[in-house]
Ligand binder design. Structure first.
Ligand code: KIV
Length: 275
């Protein structure tokens, strides 16, 4: 039976300032997704710096083929459940598809995620079009993570889940978008499915922490979908996923091994990266 984890005496909550200091010190940031209290507690106890309630819950929890159908009510429900498991890690929640089309709409929905769901940071999938939204959220005290590269909410426009920024023009655009969104007030940049060299360039160009998923070893930190790294996801896994259950006696040990490998640079290895 699930019981609420006890607060450890050495718990020092992770904040945006902690992540900024880690970037400055060259200390790698480790994170995973979670969608309920059990996985939230597992991630927290394993030493993750932040935990994301991703709208990937549409795929891995709801069994859908994309994140597009995920609603605000879904996100609030899973955020509330996950928050109950977290004691120390910074807590980030995704804004679902089409819930940040205007600055006012974005603020109302971000406020729900923070006030009802307990989010400390909201994540949105952005390019230059989201500049005004990010500026408005930041100006109203909402910490924002801007997700660039492969943006799964735009899969119907992108035509599939493919590495982004491979040609020169797209790479320049992504770099410019990252800089512009940071200038607009984004506190974290997340890069998904991006060539390692471009991710490195973006990581150097922006002053805020850059977190990668399939974006190579040079980003300030890594994130993985918890079901993927614990080998719970059926079927073929993306190239960047490593099965941490291999050689681990428990999911907690698997997550601790992931944190250790992110910290010392063993993950991601060349076989998890894209040119
Ligand atoms: O929703 C999600 O799980 C994400 C990850 C790809 C980081 O955004």
């Amino acid at each position: 039976m699930y019981t609420t984890p006890q607060k450890r005496s050495d718990d020092k909550p992770v904040t945006l300032a902690t992540l900024a200091k880690m970037k400055a010190a060259g200390e790698k940031i480790a994170s995973v997704t979670a969608y309920d209290a059990t996985f939230g507690a597992l991630a927290d106890n394993a030493g993750m710096d932040f935990v994301l309630v991703g709208d990937s819950l549409g795929n891995v929890v709801q069994g859908r083929s994309s994140t597009v159908p995920v609603t605000m009510d879904d996100m609030v429900y899973h955020a509330q459940a996950t928050a109950r498991g977290i004691r120390r890690a910074l807590f980030m929640v995704d804004m679902p598809f089409a819930t940040y089309a205007t600055p006012e709409m974005a603020l109302a929905n971000a406020a729900r995620l923070m006030q009802e769901g307990g989010a400390q940071v909201v994540k949105l999938e952005g390019n230059l079009n989201q500049r005004a939204v990010v500026e408005y959220l930041a100006g109203n005290g909402v910490p924002v993570c801007a997700h660039l590269g492969l943006r799964p909410q735009s899969v119907n426009k992108l035509g599939g889940y493919r590495v982004q920024g491979r040609d020169e023009a797209a790479a320049r655009q992504m770099l410019e978008d990252a800089v512009a969104l940071t200038e607009a007030g984004a506190d974290i940049i997340l890069l998904e499915l991006v060539p390692s060299a471009l991710a490195e360039e973006i990581t150097r160009a922006v002053p805020v922490p850059v977190i990668g998923i399939g974006a190579g070893p040079a980003t300030d930190g890594q994130i993985l979908v918890c079901y993927d790294m614990l080998d719970l996801t059926p079927g073929r896994k993306p190239k960047f996923v490593k099965n941490y259950m291999q050689g681990a006696a428990s999911p907690l040990e698997a997550m601790k091994n992931y944190v250790a490998e992110v910290r010392d640079g063993r993950y991601p290895a060349p076989e998890h990266c894209f040119d």
